[in-house]
Design a protein around this ligand. Structure first.
Ligand code: GDP
Length: 303
């Protein structure tokens, strides 16, 4: 999997033509500083977003390339990735400063505004006479990083999700899951899901319909059962008992491997985002989230 993202393998054939022309995928990450957002992005996209230093493609990227600018502004990095003749323009939008203030009551607001302004930009282009060159910067998925406290969602998390869930595909992740025991992770997941349910928050979930083949149905079930994904990211390599080097985190009692499905949910998250559900996330953004925003906006304008 080294250096290979895998989006070109996703199975949906009916979009072959648009895929050939190339497509955009925009992923936003939100969570307090220090929860491992940049580390996870680097781990997810291997060297594709932040290329390795010349002549060294096995070591982690340099700090300068990895670091996102600090502050409260919303920043974006893009990379063109070509795989099997398929071109993907991947943009990662980071939100440094989110949740770091003393009072975070309004922390959701700049992020909602950013997502809506991308809808507005798209809408403005749709209304132009020449619509052949529409640039699509709409956010297709938002990874919301939950602090591994073990105590369920905090008020800030709930407020954020309640304000954003009708505008973006929300994917909650438990950050730095290696700081909890497997039992704590299970209990924490149950509490988070109960909170999400209680507050009527809609999160993105793979769902099957009767057109799906049995394999897809079981893949969807397996992925859905992991939500909220408990993830571990690392830019370090560790040596496994059999001598192979893999991404992971070293502890006195052993290693946690990033890409081991028994150790954390990183692989399931990557599978969903980049292989099995990339197209569905784009569709959901376009057909459902954007459409409802557009309708509300036009009604408000009296059209
Ligand atoms: P960001 O501010 O959310 O972008 O966080 P960073 O990716 O910069 O990570 C902050 C610190 O947490 C760094 O020292 C990382 O090495 C460490 N870190 C990142 N991911 C993990 C993880 O999954 N587990 C643990 N234990 N530490 C992590």
């Amino acid at each position: 999997m080294n250096g290979y993202v895998g989006f070109s393998n996703y199975p949906n054939q009916q979009h072959r033509r648009s895929i050939k022309r190339g497509f955009n995928f925009t992923l936003m990450v939100v969570g307090e500083s220090g929860l491992g957002k940049s580390t996870l992005i680097n781990t997810l996209f291997e060297s594709r977003v932040y290329p390795p230093k010349d002549g060294d493609d096995s070591s982690p990227r340099s700090g300068a390339q990895v670091a996102m600018p600090a502050g409260v502004d919303i920043t974006s990095v893009s990379a063109d990735i070509v795989e099997n003749g398929v071109k993907l323009r991947l943009s990662v939008v980071d939100t440094p400063g989110f949740g770091d203030a003393v009072n975070n009551d309004e922390a959701w607001r700049p992020i909602l505004e950013n997502i809506e302004s991308r809808f507005d930009a798209y809408l403005a282009q749709e209304n132009r006479v020449n619509r052949s060159k529409i640039v699509d910067n709409r956010v297709n998925v938002l990874l919301y990083f939950i602090k591994p406290t073990g105590h369920g969602l905090r008020a800030m998390d709930i407020e954020f999700m309640k304000h954003l869930h009708t505008r973006v595909n929300l994917v909650p992740v438990i950050a730095r899951a290696d700081t909890l025991t497997p039992r704590e992770v299970e209990q924490f997941k149950a509490k988070i899901l109960a909170d999400i349910n209680f507050h009527g928050i809609h999160i993105f979930k793979p769902v099957s319909d009767h057109f799906d083949d049995p394999e897809t149905i079981s893949d969807n079930k397996a992925i859905a059962s992991k939500i909220p994904f408990a993830v571990v990211g690392s830019e370090q390599y560790v040596v496994r008992p059999d001598g192979t080097r893999v991404r992971g985190r070293q502890y006195p009692w052993g290693v946690i491997e990033v890409e081991n499905e028994n150790h954390n949910d990183f692989v399931a998250l990557r599978q969903m985002l980049l292989r099995t559900h990339m197209e569905e996330l784009r569709d959901e953004t376009d057909v459902s989230l954007y459409e409802s925003y557009r309708t509300q906006k036009l009604l408000a304008l009296g059209h």
